[in-house]
Design a protein around this ligand. Structure first.
Ligand SMILES: Cc1cc2nc3c(=O)[nH]c(=O)nc-3n(C[C@H](O)[C@H](O)[C@H](O)COP(=O)(O)O)c2cc1C
Length: 215
């Protein structure tokens, strides 16, 4: 059973590729919810999830965001996922997280005091920019999960860094929310005939070169 699941996962990962041209077919809301749930289940350092996800369905908004971009997938995708990282970490950010932990685990806040001190001494000592970079790394873990979840559902996807982050931040009013857009994930279904990338062989290192096993 487990062997079959991992075989399917490897097959899904071989099947997926960075889609350059999407068809008009739409991702169902049921499948979309699963991808979002998978991303939300991603690991993050300390568990604080220092990023938020914006799911753009509106064709006019996708058009506005994708104008003048070489990545036509922004406009042509069924749904565009925008990963937006915290631009800083404040004491209130940590408090909010710990309140959630306390509530979910029914733990008195006093019991989390040590944890709070540890997190605070690490995060609040860093500059806002360091914490933004740290938050961005967490967002990329979510991006990876989203790619895998999409492939598992046979939804095509493109991870994208090629976009005007400042423009996205302005249109989506992210600054007001203490966020900055960092990476995108376009979802949809490949237009196999018109996508030059759809039939190209996947290029990866031989495993022996990629991974070193140290006994
Ligand atoms: C963080 C990241 C950013 C990327 N940015 C873009 C992009 O802006 N536009 C694009 O078409 N592909 C983009 N890609 C896709 C990569 O070029 C692609 O994943 C890589 O060539 C490996 O090919 P494969 O994903 O088809 O296996 C990006 C991939 C990653 C992981």
């Amino acid at each position: 059973m487990h062997k079959r699941i991992i075989r399917k996962l490897i097959d899904d990962l071989k099947w997926r590729y960075a889609t350059k041209k999407f068809s008009d077919k739409r991702v169902s809301s049921e499948d979309l919810d699963k991808v979002i749930e998978a991303i939300n289940l991603s690991a993050s350092s300390i568990g604080i999830q220092p990023y938020r996800l914006f799911v753009i369905d509106s064709p006019s908004l996708k058009k506005e965001l994708g104008e003048n971009s070489f990545n036509s997938q922004i406009v042509e995708s069924s749904h565009l996922l925008v990963f937006a990282a915290f631009d800083s970490i404040k004491e209130g950010t940590i408090d909010k997280y710990l309140q959630r932990v306390a509530k979910e685990r029914e733990t008195p806040a006093e019991q989390l005091a040590d944890f709070k001190n540890k997190i605070s001494s690490f995060l609040l000592a860093q500059t806002d920019n360091d914490n933004f970079i740290w938050s961005t790394k967490q967002a990329y873990i979510g991006l990876g999960t989203g790619l895998i979840a999409a492939a598992n559902l046979k939804i095509d996807a493109t991870p994208m860094e090629g976009f005007d982050a400042e423009k996205f931040d302005e249109i989506l009013k992210l600054k007001e929310k203490g966020l900055k857009s960092v990476v995108l994930l376009a979802l949809g279904y490949r237009d196999e005939e018109n996508d030059w990338n759809s039939k190209l062989k996947k290029v990866r290192l031989p495993i022996q070169e990629f991974a070193t096993i140290i006994n």
